[in-house]
Design a protein around this ligand. Structure first.
Ligand code: Q9C
Ligand code: ZN
Length: 339
C-alpha cells in the first residue's frame, strides 16, 4: 500500500497538556508517527513518499481568516515568551460570536474551542503538511491510480472545525480529502477514532453529497463532550447525512461489531463513489485516554469489514496514544484492508 507522509509533522510538538490543573506530557507527540512508520516497515508491503506543501489545499474546507490566523500566530509564536516556551496557549473563549474579539488573546480564543491546541512556531507548517498529504492521497484515489492510500500524519485533524482548532487538531485532513473527492461524486467519511469527529461533522453538516458517520465513545463521558450524540442527524439539505453511533465506556469487540455493521450499512445505503476512513487507534484496550477495549487482532477485522464496502478509500491517521498499540493496530487495520 502507498503511504503518504507528512515530513513536517515533528515541527509541531506541544510541551504538555492540562489535566486536573497540572501539566502532563502531551499524549499527541511526534513519536506517534515514528512508531507507526517503524511498524509498517517491519511488516513490509508499504511504500513511503512525502507530500509537498500545498498552500491552497485547505481553502475549500477552512475559513480564510482562520487559515490566516494560524499562519500568523505560528510565525509570531517564535517571539512568544509565556512560560519560557515559544508558544501561545488560548485560555479564554467567547460563548458565541463576539464583535469585540480583536486583540491577540481574543483571537486565540475565537479560533479555538479548548486548551489542547497550543500554537507553536512550527504548528502551521506541520498542520499544512498533513492537509497536503491528505489532499495528495485524494488526488491519487480520485485519478484511479490507487484503490487505497494511507495518510500517515500528525497532528490529527478530525476535531478541527471550519474556523476553530481543538482536540490536538488544526486542519481537518479527512475533510480536505473528502472535499476534494466530492468534486467527482458522493463521498462518505467513516470516523473510527474513539472520539467523535465533531470537526468533520461540523464542516459537512448541511451537505447532502458528503455523508459523515462516526462510531465513538459516548460523549456523555468522553471528549468532545458537547457533540457526537445519536440525535445529531444533519441540517437543511444535509438532514439524514450525519450518523453518530455512541458506545458505552468499556465496549469490546462483541458490542463494537454490531455498531460498526450499522455504520457500514449507513455508508452502503448512501451509495458513495468514495470513502474517507478517519482511523484512530485510540479504541485499543491499551490506549491511555480512550476507554474502549478493542484488542490488536480486532483491527484486522475492522479493516476487512471496511474493505468489504468495495470503495476507493483514503485512510487518514487520527488518534491513538499508546505507542506500542498504535503501530500494531495500524499494521493490523491496513493488513485487513489489503487481505
Ligand atoms: N486527559 C484525538 O484523538 N482530551 N483527539 C484529552 C486527557 C483531548 C483527542 C484528555 C482529547 C483529544 C484526535
Ligand atoms: Zn481520538
Amino acid at each position: 500500500m502507498r503511504v503518504i507522509l507528512n515530513s513536517r509533522h515533528a515541527d509541531h510538538a506541544a510541551p504538555g497538556e492540562f489535566e486536573a490543573g497540572a501539566v502532563i506530557p502531551c499524549h499527541e507527540a511526534p513519536g506517534r508517527c515514528g512508531a507507526i512508520r517503524g511498524a509498517l516497515e517491519a511488516a513490509g508491503g508499504f511504500t513511503f513518499e512525502d507530500a509537498a506543501q500545498n498552500e491552497g489545499c485547505v481553502a475549500a474546507v477552512h475559513h480564510p481568516a482562520y487559515v490566516a490566523y494560524l499562519r500568523g500566530a505560528s510565525a509570531e509564536a517564535r517571539h512568544a515568551k509565556g512560560g519560557g516556551l515559544n508558544s501561545f496557549w488560548p485560555t479564554v473563549f467567547p460563548f458565541g460570536p463576539n464583535p469585540r474579539a480583536r486583540g491577540a488573546h481574543a483571537l486565540r480564543g475565537t479560533y479555538c474551542f479548548d486548551v489542547y491546541t497550543p500554537i507553536l512556531p512550527g504548528t502551521f507548517g506541520a498542520a499544512l503538511g498533513g492537509a497536503s498529504a491528505a489532499f495528495r492521497a485524494a488526488e491519487l484515489v480520485a485519478a484511479g491510480a490507487e484503490k487505497q492510500v494511507y495518510v500517515l500524519t500528525r497532528p490529527p485533524g478530525h476535531h478541527a472545525e471550519h474556523d476553530r482548532c481543538g482536540g490536538y487538531c488544526y486542519f481537518n485532513n479527512a475533510a480536505v480529502a473528502a472535499q476534494h473527492l466530492s468534486r467527482l461524486g458522493k463521498v462518505a467519511v467513516l470516523d473510527l477514532d474513539v472520539h467523535h469527529g465533531n470537526g468533520t461533522q461540523h464542516i459537512f453538516y448541511d451537505r447532502a453529497d458528503v455523508l459523515t458517520v462516526s462510531v465513538h465513545g459516548d460523549p456523555a463521558g468522553l471528549y468532545p463532550f458537547f457533540s457526537g450524540f445519536a440525535d445529531e442527524t444533519g441540517t437543511g439539505a444535509g438532514l439524514g447525512a450525519n450518523v453518530n453511533v455512541p458506545l458505552p465506556p468499556g465496549t469490546g469487540p462483541h458490542e463494537y461489531r454490531p455498531a460498526l455493521a450499522r455504520a457500514l450499512d449507513a455508508v452502503a445505503r448512501f451509495r458513495p463513489e468514495f470513502l474517507v476512513l478517519a482511523f484512530g487507534a485510540d479504541t485499543h484496550e491499551a490506549d491511555p485516554i480512550g476507554g474502549l477495549k478493542l484488542p490488536t487482532g480486532f483491527f484486522g477485522e475492522m479493516g476487512a469489514a471496511v474493505r468489504g464496502l468495495g470503495l476507493p478509500t483514503v485512510i487518514v491517521q487520527e488518534g491513538g496514544y499508546d505507542l506500542g498499540a498504535l503501530g500494531a493496530s495500524a499494521v493490523a487495520l491496513l493488513g485487513g484492508f489489503e487481505a
